[in-house]
Design a protein around this ligand. Structure first.
Ligand code: G3P
Length: 215
């Protein structure tokens, strides 16, 4: 499973990238607004840090505006994936952008029928928001399983990008469900490697080694 960072914070992205395990980055208008800086300048900086797909979202809500924005964003760097919302206008824009060879991440997906339409429109990936479904007492991971099955049944090439991830267990379940990509906040990424028994075990190994040296 590919691991993406879901942030527009370049410090976090650089730290994650230093480990060499980050396959891509997703941003959204809320994450970009939090940074308070030029969008395109930020995207270029991110593209230099991570050599993989970098999602950048349009803010237009009509297909013509989305197509124009999408073309502009795609020109920023070859690794930019244009993110469009899963509304009828977004699907129309996806079809057009995909036909031009621009990769599209169809975002704000909350149902299997939406995901089916995103694949039919030619999306490069679809982003189901599992955390936000869990927040309203729905089963976010069940949606991932449904989409993975539907895409397999009809051999759609659209990838399932598991988004709105809140904790490591979401990552485990995304991988078990066969999600292609999982995007997560940097704090969740940091938690993936941690285990207290690893720390306790290492401390004991080193203490035993030191004790042998003193004999
Ligand atoms: O980038 C989209 C998604 O991952 C947002 O997550 O935590 O705001 O629901 P969240």
């Amino acid at each position: 499973m590919q691991i993406y960072l879901d942030t527009a914070n370049v410090k976090e992205i650089q730290e994650g990238a230093n480990l060499g395990l980050i396959d891509g980055v997703t941003t959204n208008p809320s994450l970009v607004a939090k940074e308070g800086r030029s969008f395109k300048e930020m995207l270029l900086e991110i593209c230099k840090m991570v050599d993989g797909p970098i999602s950048a979202e349009v803010v237009g809500v009509e297909s013509e505006a989305m197509i124009k924005e999408g073309r502009d964003l795609a020109k920023v760097h070859k690794n930019i994936v244009v993110k469009v919302p899963l509304i009828p206008e977004g699907l129309r824009a996806t079809k057009k952008l995909a036909a031009e060879g621009i990769r599209v991440n169809v975002t704000l997906c909350f149902s299997p029928t939406q995901a089916l339409l995103a694949a039919k429109a030619g999306a490069w990936c679809v982003s189901p928001f599992i955390g936000r479904l869990d927040d309203v007492s729905s089963d976010g991971m069940a949606l991932i399983r449904q989409i993975v099955t539907i895409y397999k049944n009809y051999d759609y090439k659209t990838q399932v990008l598991v988004a709105s991830v809140r904790h490591p267990q979401h990552v485990v379940e995304a991988a078990l469900a066969g999600g292609h990509i999982c995007t997560m906040p940097y704090a969740v990424f940091q938690q993936l490697v941690k285990h207290p028994l690893t720390d306790i075990g290492l401390k004991k190994f080193l203490a035993d080694w030191d004790a042998m040296g003193k004999k």
